[in-house]
Write a protein that binds this ligand. Structure first.
Ligand SMILES: *Cc1c(COP(=O)(O)O)cnc(C)c1O
Length: 364
């Protein structure tokens, strides 16, 4: 069986090092807001080429706290892709603002300035481009649009640790960026975790208060904050894993390049990479009108696949209150019906890649 993702292959070689780092945290008796989280923040900011980083409890919290820190709330609108994971929209809802969905570009599946422009209103306060599947959105025109309309541009980089846009890393492209360290992400903790990166010192200081009950000094509260801290054990594990991220991302690129070169079935659409991008292939999504048949065929050959995501947000019961006209989101719905994600992760063997390629090419 070829699993969709096998974290054991990633963790096995690091197990001793991870266990000893965890033991060190236990012996330190410091479990929150300690040295490991602080060092991780410095190391991750350096990795993303930003001045600052605030480590928080999850990717969803990272997005939510950025919006809160910018004072975005009730009566405000925030633009995001119609074809993203629901967390992007939930962060806007948590802040009390209204999510407004933009259709993606047909080729990259990312939202672009052309799709964002028509949904900007006098209430719009921010744009959240998602670097879907590990390829960054076309940020320069979006930043230009944001400047013209006085909007914050917040990257949802939850799938894009290490991705490059015109040689600039994800996380350094907008006013602020949110990362997730959910275990299955390119950089994953052994549980939940997230981070905000930015060059805005004030923003990061405010988020560091918001994540800790609105407090910078114990029992003195500047804001009605939240509880969302990256704990010391997760930070210690992430520090170890961060040192391997570049190598893991290049393994993902190798697998993706083999798929791109060797999958030749004309009934399968391959992902498009824009020339200014270096994606990190969190997901390798192919397209097919008979997606369900292809998924079954792969399953019969014991190859596990997933769909990111099978139900567009505009069709989710959770957002029925917005009364969205589904007709306005044809592309996102068509994507939900035709995409299929193939295994792409460090440790996938050459033989396994060959098997995936062969099963797809033999499918009629
Ligand atoms: C994973 C993910 C999130 C949420 O991250 P969590 O750490 O699970 O809260 C947000 N946006 C996107 C695009 C994601 O893939």
């Amino acid at each position: 069986m070829i699993p969709f993702l096998d974290l054991e292959r990633i963790h096995k070689p690091l197990e001793k090092e991870i266990i000893s780092a965890i033991s060190k945290v236990i012996r330190s008796n410091r479990f929150l807001l300690g040295e490991e989280a602080e060092l991780f923040e410095q190391e991750f900011a350096r990795y993303c080429n930003t001045g600052y980083c605030a480590a928080v409890g999850s990717g969803l919290d990272a997005l939510h706290l950025i919006l809160r820190a910018y004072g975005i709330g009730p009566g405000d609108e925030v633009i995001l892709p119609a074809n993203t994971y629901i967390a992007t929209a939930l962060a806007v809802t948590y802040a009390g603002a209204t999510p407004v969905f933009a259709e993606p570009d047909e080729k990259t599946f990312n939202i672009d300035a052309a799709g964002i422009k028509p949904v900007i209103s006098h209430r719009t306060k921010a744009i959240i481009p998602v670097h879907l599947y590990g390829q960054t959105a076309d940020m320069d025109p979006i930043l230009e649009l944001g400047r013209r309309h006085n909007l914050k541009v917040i990257e949802d980089a939850a799938q894009a640790h290490g991705a490059l846009y015109k040689n600039r890393p994800a996380g350094s492209l907008g006013d602020a960026a949110a990362f997730s360290f959910y275990p299955g992400k390119n950089l994953g903790a052994l549980g939940d975790g997230g981070a905000v990166t930015s060059n805005d010192r004030e923003l990061i200081d405010k988020i560091k208060m918001l994540r800790n009950y609105g407090s910078a000094r114990k029992y003195v509260h500047e804001y009605k904050g939240f509880n969302s801290r990256l704990d010391e054990i997760q930070a210690a594990v992430l520090r170890i894993k961060l040192r391997h991220l570049e190598e893991w991302n290049s393994q993902r690129c190798h697998i993706a390049n083999r798929y791109l070169k060797q999958i030749t079935n004309v009934n399968v659409g391959l992902p498009y990479v824009a020339p200014e991008n270096k994606p990190v292939w969190h997901v390798f999504a192919i397209k097919s009108r008979k997606r369900n048949e292809l998924q079954q065929r792969l399953k019969d050959s014991v190859i596990e696949t997933l769909i990111h995501y099978p139900v567009a947000i505009v069709n989710q019961t959770a957002y029925s209150e917005l009364n969205l006209d589904a007709k306005g989101y044809k592309l996102s719905q068509a994507l939900a019906d035709s995409i299929l994600s193939l295994p792409v992760y460090p440790g996938l063997t050459e033989e396994e890649i060959t098997r995936v390629v062969n099963v797809i090419n033999a499918w009629v």
